[in-house]
Design a protein around this ligand. Sequence first.
Ligand SMILES: Nc1ncnc2c1ncn2[C@@H]1O[C@H](COP(=O)(O)OP(=O)(O)OP(=O)(O)O)[C@@H](O)[C@H]1O
Ligand SMILES: [Mg+2]
Length: 322
Amino acid sequence: MEILAIKKLATHYIVNKLIVVAVNHVDLLVKERQIVGIVGESGSGKSTIANSILRILPETGKLVSGSVMFKGANLMDLKEREMQHDIRGNEISMIFQDPMVSLNPVFTVGTQIVDVMKLHQACSTREAKAMAIALFKKVGISDPESRFYNYPHELSGGMIQRVVIAMAMSCQPSLIIADEPTTALDVTIQNQILNEFENLVREMGVSVVWISHDLGIIRRISDYVYVMYAGRILEEGSVESVFQHPLHPYTQGLLEANPIYHEPKSTIPTIRGELSEMTLEGCSFYPRCQNSNKVCSTEDIALAKVAEDHFVRCKQLAINSS
Ligand SMILES: Nc1ncnc2c1ncn2[C@@H]1O[C@H](COP(=O)(O)OP(=O)(O)OP(=O)(O)O)[C@@H](O)[C@H]1O
Ligand SMILES: [Mg+2]
């Protein structure tokens, strides 16, 4: 059963009358209790998808078309008041890369999580405090009773990100969107937080959209993955299928460029060119693709099913397999 179904989402930014096509007709599904990963280079449109779902785009951002069905309602049709009261931080929580987006520096973390809980659940301050301390424990905060009285600046980067995760969980959401929340942390802390987060969401039965440019994290945490480039999904499928049999040259390039798949001190290949070479005609990746030929520059192609739970958008693969 799906909890989120995005169909043909298109989001643009309009800057000095120029249009940036950040999300270009994206379809994306999240099933109940599933952790869905979105991976792609910087600028591929990952955060724009997240911000489009919650309708928190900046002034320059425009939702151009598409639908975002969440538990049977199209979020695009809801009034701003309904988004604010019923959806954001209630049904859908967001965890940002910068924890200070979610925290106020002048209040203790305990006050802030208790306020969130009281807003979304009918509970007393005493009950909220007990629940908050229990949640702090679950996300790996040591000595949670004293951390509760700390101000954000008194906590380390890892601790503060744990507080933000606890806050996101505190309203018992059905869906959590995590936009690179562990990217700024060192690998050891990142691993601990990933473990704690995964245990908690599996225990609570929450669905998750996890955004990252880090394939290792996506492979580790997700059940299903979307590979994004220049606003489009180029490949998607179960994590086993996409990581064991990557088919799109872009996915293959991302995997080859990941240091974890190479010997220490060996030369790591890169994908030639840059994302700025994006094009709206033909395949968005063709200017950088090793396998492209003329037809890729003019003809677009839909995502094609290549196996159960595995889809790819590549003209050359389609030609070769026909
Ligand atoms: N506020 C904005 N105004 C104009 N263009 C924007 C704005 N935010 C993003 N963009 C552009 O939209 C495209 C998608 O950006 P987005 O931030 O969604 O990518 P991303 O995949 O999240 O990248 P990153 O990994 O760096 O976070 C990029 O071309 C980016 O330059
Ligand atoms: Mg981003």
